[in-house]
Design a protein around this ligand. Structure first.
Ligand code: SF4
Length: 291
């Protein structure tokens, strides 16, 4: 195919054996980890964990990515749609609350095929950077139950400098609008576990509280009371972050509190995070091996 899966719309020729385009991957998915994961938001991880599948590659190229080895360096093991379907079953048998697909867009055709082979009985979460095409999201409507997108930047210059994304703000807003059109606001079961809807994430970056405050304004203006937001404070310099002077430290309590206060002023419902979560031990081992 001439790939236009993500907003980069490279048009690169890609097959299961031929890699190409900005993401540099073939259409055969590679995974770095498949396991219950306990560090997502409470309605996603619950007590039994989120059945997380970390795919290699990404539609974004964030210089500070905590998962840099898999997102930018494409570390991972190739996997077939059949094997993926088996892995969903295994996770389900372990009792996880959901199947959580992390950064899957660049290999979407095989992922869609994996759900044609086996559709789990638990919710399917689509965990992404928000830089998605509406046309591509439409193909997920009957598969995904919960969208977990980031909305990273109100300032497009930052989106380009730090993530290599053009028009991030407009592209992500259109994508999140489509997610809300499909799934509506976040709905939880009696035990507080997410069953359907959209949970938007925003990671506060050091020296960029202005961007974060504008992000909250834009989200509130566009999605009003539908919005549930997770405000993340666990930024820690990773990947190439230390090459960027403004990104080379953790965020301060003051920075986080300033953004949190604005979220409270806007009466946005959601989740906040202890800054003590800013530690590298939360980066899992990329240890998936196909049996
Ligand atoms: S998925 Fe990869 S090849 Fe396809 S448009 Fe996006 S970056 Fe380009």
């Amino acid at each position: 195919m001439n790939c236009k899966l993500c907003p980069h719309k490279c048009g690169a020729f890609r097959t299961k054996d031929t890699a190409g385009g900005k993401c540099g991957l073939s259409l055969t998915p590679k995974v770095a980890r498949i396991a219950p994961h306990f560090w997502e938001e409470p309605p996603i991880s619950g007590v039994k964990g989120s059945g997380t599948v970390f795919f290699s590659g990404c539609t974004l190229n964030c210089v500070y990515c905590q998962n840099y080895k898999i997102s930018a360096q494409n570390l991972g093991t190739p996997i077939t749609a059949e094997k993926l379907a088996d892995e969903y079953k295994k996770l389900e048998e372990q009792g996880v609350h959901n199947i959580n697909l992390v950064s899957a867009t660049q290999v979407l055709p095989e992922i869609i095929r994996s759900f044609e082979i086996y559709k789990p009985k638990i919710p399917v979460v689509y965990n992404c950077g928000g830089f998605e095409r509406v046309e591509t999201l439409k193909a997920l409507e009957s598969i995904v139950d919960i969208y977990l997108p980031d909305f990273k930047y109100a300032d497009n210059a930052l989106g380009f400098e730090y993530s290599g994304a053009e028009n991030y703000r407009e592209v992500a807003l259109s994508a999140i609008s489509e997610m809300f059109r499909q799934k509506g606001e976040l709905s939880l079961d009696d035990e507080g576990i997410a069953q359907k809807g959209v949970l938007v994430r925003h990671l506060v970056l050091p020296n960029h509280t202005k961007n974060s405050i504008e992000v909250l304004n834009i989200l509130k203006e566009n999605f009003g009371d539908l919005l549930t937001l997770s405000l993340m404070g666990q930024y820690t310099p990773a990947g190439k972050a230390c090459e960027y002077s403004k990104l080379s430290r953790k965020i301060t309590k003051r920075e986080y509190q300033k953004v949190l206060n604005h979220l409270l002023d806007l009466e946005i419902r959601g989740y906040s995070q202890e800054l003590s979560a800013a530690a590298e031990e939360y980066i899992p081992d990329w240890d998936y091996k196909a049996e």
